[in-house]
Design a protein around this ligand. Structure first.
Ligand code: 5GP
Length: 118
């Protein structure tokens, strides 16, 4: 079983305004902001405002609101960064590469023939 949601995680602090972030979108249910260590220029993170550790414990009703925002930000980012494609990633638990335990989607513009940073 996964550990409980930690209300002091970094993204919870960003939502509270305790840690600064560069917002690109905000509505009643969701928040999107620039990743502080981008894998490529234009790397955005999209999160729900409600607490869930990752996709596995997320309320499907939250996902219904979150996924259209992921789509909208992906589309806007592709245009803004004149990207050839968009990489969307989401990790669940440390074993899968998750380091911040508040549900988030990575949106990363990709240019043909370039590699992501490790
Ligand atoms: P994960 O590995 O959990 O899927 O990704 C967490 C992401 O959060 C990483 O890409 C990392 O660069 C980003 N990140 C970690 N701390 C901060 C922070 O304080 N501000 C912002 N904007 N991004 C962060």
């Amino acid at each position: 079983m996964s550990p409980a949601y930690d209300p002091e995680n970094i993204f919870a602090k960003i939502l509270k305004g305790d840690i600064p972030s560069h917002a690109v979108h905000e509505d009643e249910d969701t928040y999107a902001f620039m990743d502080v260590m981008p894998q490529a220029p234009g790397h955005v993170l999209v999160i729900p405002k409600t607490p869930s550790r990752n996709l596995l414990d997320a309320d499907p009703a939250v996902l219904v609101k979150l996924i259209p925002v992921v789509q909208k930000i992906a589309s806007a980012t592709k245009e803004a960064f004149e990207a050839d494609g968009i990489f969307i990633a989401q990790f669940n638990e440390a074993a899968a590469g998750q380091t911040v335990f508040h549900l988030h989607f990575h949106i990363v513009p990709r240019q043909q023939g370039t590699d992501l940073k490790p």
